[in-house]
Design a protein around this ligand. Structure first.
Ligand SMILES: C[C@](O)(CO)[C@H](O)COP(=O)(O)OP(=O)(O)OC[C@H]1O[C@@H](n2ccc(N)nc2=O)[C@H](O)[C@@H]1O
Ligand SMILES: Nc1ncnc2c1ncn2[C@@H]1O[C@H](COP(=O)(O)OP(=O)(O)OP(=O)(O)O)[C@@H](O)[C@H]1O
Length: 281
């Protein structure tokens, strides 16, 4: 039996540069992880099946599950003949912009690597994982990184800052594909370079001053509650609030625990699903 932790990610930036010929968007993003985790266990089987178990009725337990796809790709690539039981204890909200499915897939690449004693380096697993989704290579490392290309080119960065993160998820799910399809890329000034610079200098004020997500206005146009949550979070004391990924989850950063408790309590008044966690990075 082997266990892996799969943390949620947040975007400190999401610059959309242009639409590519393969219909993906060229992006530049600073992403980091937060202490809100799915837990996965991996156990070898004697036959060649991949069995996914989860108590969450909204998570697929067949080949649609990204963890299933990751296990199948590991078996094919490394000629593994026996299957695996994967139990997913789901805590990351689904279709939330927090890369929950991608992080479960990434944990499966790491988990199968250990379970079968393959000792493949993370770089190799990350390259392989790009086949299944743009966010998965980042999640394989699970730290802080500048991600370019369609998101799969990962350059690791040091932890940007110590901070508390308050997450508020409206009770809607958002399709990443739909949000990208309504985007006009290249409309905004890119922010990632400035956030990287501030993060490297350990400059918290610089990080929050430059944080920005180009998808925010697209999602907020369709779901006005996103804008409202951002305004409420900043009014209740967050140093900066913005949307993660394609949304709809909004997160706020604060430095002091007392301030974090205050923002958390205020947000619970206007949103059912609120979390107060540490930035992991
Ligand atoms: C919004 C983010 O989560 C931010 O990290 C990612 O850009 C999306 O990553 P993801 O969920 O792993 O996305 P994928 O599964 O690779 O792609 C889902 C769909 O989103 C769109 N997509 C995704 C990534 C990208 N750079 N450009 C795109 O246009 C494409 O229509 C694609 O069919
Ligand atoms: N392990 C998994 N956990 C959750 N959803 C999964 C998983 N595998 C596949 N899915 C499917 O993926 C869809 C999107 O789920 P997910 O929680 O990964 O979205 P997300 O957080 O918005 O992702 P991203 O931020 O990468 O765009 C779900 O509706 C679900 O059907």
């Amino acid at each position: 039996m082997h266990y892996e932790t799969a943390p949620a990610k947040i975007n400190l930036t999401l610059d959309t540069l242009f639409k590519r010929e393969d219909n993906y968007h060229e992006v530049s993003m600073v992403m980091t992880t937060v202490d809100l985790n799915d837990q996965l266990s991996f156990e070898k089987r004697s036959d060649d099946q991949i069995i996914i178990e989860t108590e969450n009725q909204y998570v697929p337990n067949d080949r649609k599950n990204l963890a299933y796809q990751a296990a199948a790709l590991m078996m094919k690539t490394y000629d593994i003949r026996t299957g695996v039981n994967i139990v997913i204890d789901k805590n990351i909200p689904i279709a939330a912009g927090l890369a929950g499915g991608s992080s479960d897939a990434a944990a499966t690449f790491r988990g199968m690597n250990k379970l079968y004693g393959l000792e493949r380096p993370l770089d190799e697993l990350a390259d392989l994982s790009a086949e299944l989704g743009s966010d998965i290579p980042f999640c394989v490392y699970g730290r802080t990184a500048l991600c370019t290309g369609r998101g799969e080119e990962v350059k690791l960065l040091p932890k940007p800052t110590n901070a508390w993160v308050i997450l508020a998820k409206p009770s809607i799910g958002v399709s990443t594909k739909t949000i990208y399809s309504h985007l006009e890329p290249g409309k905004h000034e890119p922010a990632s370079e400035k956030v990287v610079e501030a993060a490297l200098a350990g400059d918290y004020d610089g990080v929050i001053r430059h944080m920005k997500n180009d998808l925010e206005e697209v999602t907020a146009r369709h779901y006005p509650e996103v804008k409202k949550l951002i305004q409420n979070m900043e009014a209740s004391g967050a140093d900066k609030a913005m949307m993660s990924g394609s949304g709809p989850t909004v997160f706020g950063l604060v430095q002091k625990e007392r301030q974090a408790i205050h923002v958390y309590n205020s947000m619970r008044g206007c949103c059912n699903e609120v979390y107060r966690v540490r930035l992991l990075g």
